[in-house]
Design a protein around this ligand. Structure first.
Ligand SMILES: Nc1ncnc2c1ncn2[C@@H]1O[C@H](COP(=O)(O)OP(=O)(O)OP(=O)(O)O)[C@@H](O)[C@H]1O
Ligand SMILES: O=P(O)(O)OC[C@H]1O[C@H](OP(=O)(O)OP(=O)(O)O)[C@H](O)[C@@H]1O
Length: 210
């Protein structure tokens, strides 16, 4: 039987930390992981195949079953709401989701606008708060929106707080903490239970060592 596992990994910020975690969990990952533009990396010795995807797309690959497992930020999980199991908090790439705006911002009743790269997450949040807002989807440089008058508030990730500070914005509300999660396709979890459980156990041990 084919015992290979396909892992969807987020390119960018999370990648290095996730690779480190897997190495510490005992997976022997070659130097190719440290400096390569390849989007598929096979590691036959470990019976693993890695696909390197945009962070926001990882749950899509896992939901469709072209990847058995993956690593995705909680922000992405909340935004995408894909049909996958979230089995472990890897406690890497820590940051948090917040509402921010210009200092002295006062809530307004007429046509409040919120810009975000996370329109679903933002819509859920404001609905829960009982506030009706118009969400404007942007793909990056979210902090620009209040500065240029596109929106009066933003929903975005905060890590060091430097981007808000350098752009003269302040945090208005904290939404929730964000870390990366290990996610699993439900069918793979049935068909490859032993292999996946082993991987989760090994990762759990490393995460709990911290
Ligand atoms: N300061 C931070 N800013 C953004 N994302 C962060 C930060 N710290 C940790 N993260 C995590 O990293 C993930 C984003 O990684 P990265 O910034 O590489 O991707 P991206 O911004 O979605 O990429 P791109 O803009 O190229 O589509 C988020 O999903 C989040 O979980
Ligand atoms: O609190 P900080 O440490 O400053 O980090 C937060 C900033 O980092 C992210 O942007 P990113 O660098 O991914 O750029 P982009 O979303 O504008 O493309 C996020 O969208 C914030 O702008």
């Amino acid at each position: 039987m084919n015992n290979q596992l396909t892992i969807a990994m987020p390119k960018g910020r999370i990648f290095e930390e996730a690779v480190n975690l897997l190495r510490r969990a005992g997976y022997n990952l070659p130097d190719e992981f440290d400096d390569s533009r390849k989007l598929i990396i096979e590691v036959p010795e470990e019976e693993l195949r890695f696909i390197l995807a945009k962070p926001m797309d990882v749950p899509t690959y896992v939901e469709h079953g072209v990847a058995d497992v993956g690593v995705a930020g909680k922000d992405v999980m909340l935004e995408e709401e894909r049909d996958v199991y979230e089995v472990l908090d890897l406690k890497i790439s820590e940051c948090y989701m917040a509402v921010a705006g210009l200092p002295g911002y006062q809530k307004k009743d007429i046509n409040p606008k919120v810009a975000s790269k996370y329109p679903n997450l933002a819509a859920h949040y404001f609905k829960k708060q009982g506030e009706q807002v118009e969400i404007i989807k942007l793909n990056g440089s979210i902090e620009l929106a209040p500065l240029i008058g596109l929106a009066d508030r933003i929903v975005d990730i905060v890590s060091s707080g430097q981007t808000l500070k350098e752009n003269g914005l302040v945090e208005l509300e904290t939404i929730e903490p964000i870390t990366s999660r290990f996610i699993v396709n439900p069918v793979s979890y049935r068909m490859k239970a032993e292999r996946i459980d082993k991987m989760v156990e090994r990762l759990f041990d490393v995460v709990e060592e911290e």
